[in-house]
Design a protein around this ligand. Structure first.
Ligand code: PLP
Length: 342
């Protein structure tokens, strides 16, 4: 069964009868002001995409890591990784990008779910062998939870002692690289997933990277086969990963935009909301379920798509992606003012 994801404007069009070009799509955590793709040389489309050394060089410099593998989006690794392990127990966040859980279940591993605030107790579970591998999404989507490096490092050592692995999905990490665990890859037993889909805003290009010891990269490479990352994806990746000016300007831009949106939404929903948090790429508000459903539907009826995620049978969250420019701000504000009478 396929899972539902943000950004599905075809589904939104069917559900609400609003044509795709009329939506204000805030249902993803993709940078709305992504890396500006120029016209590509025609030969890029014509030649078979053998892996370009320049892509490896650009990625090694951007990620500060020498053992990495280009993949067609981090989603590829999410699906492939469970196949590398013999039958095991893996701990996965309960509120998270659901594809992780689906992939481990499909590969017939045992999945233990943990809540964000239960990560603190995970050390004992690793030591006792109750869990063999720990999967972390940092920062988490949609909860925004960012687990401190100090804690991750201590768990990594515990996992290593028991021959387990830590898998970290860092697809939303680019804006805060200081929190990345890339500099711990030398320890081994660590697999990191990165993507050009979020910070670079290039979700349709399908380019991501697996960062891990060479043996793991080789095994995933075998599953990839030749030409898995298209020529246009490689060409765009080389330019975007090398564009350090764009990267530093955008980090600041996203911080500012996310803070502005979080401050605004918290003010508007100060009475209804249970809690709120944000990463530089999205803002998540928790409500009681009835309010979240009603707000989601009212926004959708006005052509504003946000992401609804049930948390338990009483609460749900709405995740808002960032806005791009004054017109979009004006549209969101006008709709929210009429809905909330504020
Ligand atoms: C946490 C997380 N990881 C991975 C992915 C997959 O991204 P991609 O395959 O575009 O790299 C997503 C997509 O939304 C995500 O939210």
């Amino acid at each position: 069964m396929s899972l539902f994801h943000g950004g599905d404007l075809a589904a939104a069009e069917k559900a609400f009868g609003i044509k795709r070009e009329h939506w204000l799509d805030l249902s993803t955590g993709i940078n709305p002001n992504g890396w500006p793709v120029p016209e590509l040389p025609a030969e890029i489309f014509q030649r078979l995409p053998f892996l370009d050394d320049a892509l490896i060089a650009a990625a090694s410099s951007y990620y500060r890591c020498d053992t990495l593998l280009p993949i067609p989006g981090s989603q590829f690794a999410i699906q492939a990784l469970p196949g590398l392990f013999p039958k095991c127990t893996v701990a996965i966040p309960n509120i998270a990008y659901q594809e992780h859980r689906a992939a481990w279940v499909k590969a017939r591993h045992k999945v233990v779910l943990y809540a964000d605030n239960e990560i603190n107790g995970m050390g004992a579970d690793i030591e006792s062998g109750r869990i063999n591998h720990l999967l972390v999404i940092n920062p988490n989507n949609p909860t925004c939870k960012l687990i401190e490096k100090k804690q991750l490092k201590s768990y990594l050592l515990k996992l290593k002692k028991r021959n387990g692995f830590m898998i970290i999905d860092e697809t939303f990490m680019d804006v805060m690289p200081g929190n990345s665990m890339i500099d711990c890859l030398d320890t081994g037993h660590l697999i990191i997933l990165r993507s050009l889909g979020k910070f670079f805003g290039l979700a349709g290009v399908r380019l991501g990277f697996l960062l891990a010891e060479i043996g793991i990269c080789n095994k995933i490479q075998e599953q990839l086969g030749p030409w898995a990352v298209s020529g246009p994806a490689q060409w765009i990746g080389i330019q975007a990963l090398s564009d350090t000016n764009w990267q530093s300007n955008n980090r600041q831009y996203l911080y500012d935009q996310s803070k502005r949106l979080a401050d605004y939404l918290k003010k508007i929903f100060s009475e209804e909301m249970i809690s709120a948090d944000n990463t530089p790429l999205y803002v998540t508000l928790n409500f009681n379920e009835g309010f979240a459903i009603s707000l989601y539907e009212q926004l959708a009826e006005k052509g504003i798509l946000v992401r609804y995620i049930a948390l338990d049978n009483k609460t749900a969250c709405l995740r808002f992606g960032l806005l791009n420019g004054d017109q979009q701000w004006f549209r969101l504000k006008s709709v929210l003012k009429t809905l909330s009478n504020k």
